[in-house]
Design a protein around this ligand. Structure first.
Ligand code: DC
Length: 244
């Protein structure tokens, strides 16, 4: 276990009172610290981001969960996902939140439903709309503001678009066959089938015109193919420690 990266003062433990805030869920660090973790699927991004956030006592935001919840809203409303105006109207009217690792759509807990195949297959199409991204990027920034301005934020465009001025940017990668094997093991699926789906989604996420998945400028690239989970978390925490 590493020493906490962000030192806190007793006074900094309370948020300034603001509209709608009756209590604090996270302590507010005396120095704002944003750590972005981007990369394709199957690199261990979510588990590593969560563990690193816990080790550093920082709030954690999974932005992919918001894109998945937006996709669920579109599917539930039965609008045509290829109709940009209808998709925007559904996504604008819906409300999204994430608290203690649980994702909410219109106040309803949807953490499990957003991980189903139906959503995974449709999420790249919905998340490619610039108007959808604009709405969700605003939401991500205000989420971080509301928890005090410091967080570990995980996604595909976090270091490049959402928080380009973040103090620490990480890009996790791994060889395609390793990523497919990890995903298949998680889902109990055949690696060959998973590989096709995963590569299709990566291709869509990396080649879309709005905020494609890229290595953000200034990011530290970590190839997780031959590292254990603990080694990757350790590398991220040390990197943050060396910058603070
Ligand atoms: O991380 P994930 O697999 O749960 O993300 C689901 C999809 O959401 C992913 O295929 C691309 C999209 N996404 C995005 O476009 N931008 C983000 N910051 C996070 C996810």
């Amino acid at each position: 276990m590493f020493a906490p990266i962000v030192r806190r003062t007793p006074q900094s433990r309370t948020n300034p009172p603001g509209p709608g805030f009756t209590h604090l869920r996270y302590p507010v660090p005396s120095v704002m610290l944003i750590v972005t973790i981007d990369g394709p699927s199957g690199t261990g991004k979510s588990t590593v981001s969560k563990a690193a956030a816990t080790a550093m006592s920082l709030p954690y935001l999974d932005t992919g969960a918001f894109y998945r919840a937006a996709t669920l809203a579109v599917i539930r409303s039965q609008v045509d996902p290829s109709d940009a105006a209808s998709v925007l109207s559904v996504v604008s009217e819906a409300t999204f939140d994430q608290r203690d690792g649980i994702t909410y759509l219109d106040g309803e807990e949807v953490s499990e439903e957003i991980r189903t195949d139906r959503i995974t297959r449709a999420v790249s199409e919905v998340s490619a709309y610039p108007v959808v991204r604009q709405r969700l990027v605003e939401l991500q920034r205000s989420w971080v503001d509301q928890v005090g301005g410091s967080a570990v934020v995980e996604g595909r465009d976090i270091g490049s678009v959402v928080f380009p001025a973040a103090q620490v940017k990480v890009y996790l990668d791994a060889r395609p066959e390793v990523r497919a094997a990890r995903r298949a093991a998680q889902a109990g699926e055949d690696p060959t089938e998973t590989s096709v789906d995963l590569l299709r989604r990566d291709q869509a996420d990396s080649t879309r015109s709005a905020s494609p998945l890229i290595v953000p400028s200034g990011a530290h690239v970590i190839d997780t193919s031959d590292l254990t989970f603990e080694e990757v978390v350790d590398t991220v925490v040390r990197l943050v420690d060396s910058k603070s």
